[in-house]
Design a protein around this ligand. Structure first.
Ligand code: FES
Ligand code: FES
Length: 191
């Protein structure tokens, strides 16, 4: 039985028409059928995060998702991070702060943290550690990755709005007089 499906996947703003089996994973489709090999495959079981891409604004494990499930949603891969030849702040920060060694895990970390920073540009250090804990790196160690993501966050985040203290309220003399008046008699209130 031929259960191949014709799909159109929108990846990094460009449509890719593919014919794949309904059981084909998103990561295999991105790599084999769309020619975008920047997304890596590690464990294929959802543990390592090497295959992380952003689908419909959410960071997902592309080895745990079928390609057919991603149709109709914008997909972003590491190839789409740089714009007009200019590296994304996260990419620059990973280079500057030694956030990679062999680079195998790097695309997954970049997409994971890009999604987290877009959702919350003011994410705290503790929250970032929590986010990063979902992906594995087998060679760099995590200190460089953490430093890189902190640096990118600090570069990317918009300033918090200034807190302007409200001036002290002016006392309305007529209001004071009204409060000083004796309470209305019960019969005046219809009781
Ligand atoms: S390859 Fe997808 S989580 Fe490891
Ligand atoms: S840099 Fe080698 S696995 Fe992370």
């Amino acid at each position: 039985m031929n259960d191949k499906l014709d799909l159109t996947l929108n990846i990094n703003g460009r449509d890719h028409a593919v014919r794949v089996e309904s059981r084909k994973t998103l990561v295999d489709t991105i790599r084999d059928d769309c020619g975008l090999t920047g997304t890596h495959i590690g464990c294929e079981h959802g543990f390592c995060g090497a295959c992380t891409v952003i689908v419909g604004g959410e960071a997902v494990r592309a080895c745990l998702m079928f390609a057919v499930q991603a149709q109709g949603k914008p997909i972003r891969t590491v190839e789409g991070l740089a714009k007009n030849g200019v590296l994304h702040p996260l990419q620059r920060a990973f280079m500057t702060h030694h956030g990679l060694q062999c680079g195998f895990c790097t695309p997954g970390f970049l997409m994971l943290t890009a999604s987290a920073l877009e959702k919350n540009p003011h994410i705290t250090d503790e929250e970032l550690i929590e986010v990063l804990s979902s992906n594995l790196c087998r060679c760099t160690g995590y200190q460089g990755i953490i430093r890189a993501v902190h640096a990118a966050r600090d570069e990317m985040r918009p300033p918090l709005p200034e807190v302007v203290e409200a001036p002290p309220a002016e006392i309305d003399p007529s209001h004071e007089t009204a409060q000083d008046e004796a309470p209305a008699e019960p019969e005046m209130l219809g009781r």
